[in-house]
Write a protein that binds this ligand. Sequence first.
Ligand SMILES: [Zn+2]
Length: 139
Amino acid sequence: MADIFTPRKRSAVMSAIRSRGNKATELRLIAIFRTHGITGWRRHRPVFGRPDFVFRALKLAVFVDGCFWHGCPIHGTRPKQNAAFWRKKFSANRARDRLVTRALRFNGWHVVRIWEHELRVKNETRLISKIRRHFAAAA
Ligand SMILES: [Zn+2]
């Protein structure tokens, strides 16, 4: 795919990107997919930014973002110890998320970012609507 970064920037971006998502949240999303008859996904495909799930036919990438690491506006806690370190860490994570999303969209991908808290049972109906909206847009 076309590269929008310089090799140096690319290297920094790639090394910062986590190799694997969170297992528990991924399994939870798989359970939701199964419940709602959503098929066609693959996990951990070698796609830029390492999406947690990819729907290849739709060129749709799904990321599940942990509320803590990705600085959820509702649940992102701000540790008091080493506050400066954490502030920097969270802000770098968010910047990286935005960059990955932009780069994928630039290359014709549809991107769905799901917060960990959206996986809760009480939010399931809303989450499924969100996913289906993205499917419709990608189809
Ligand atoms: Zn959250």
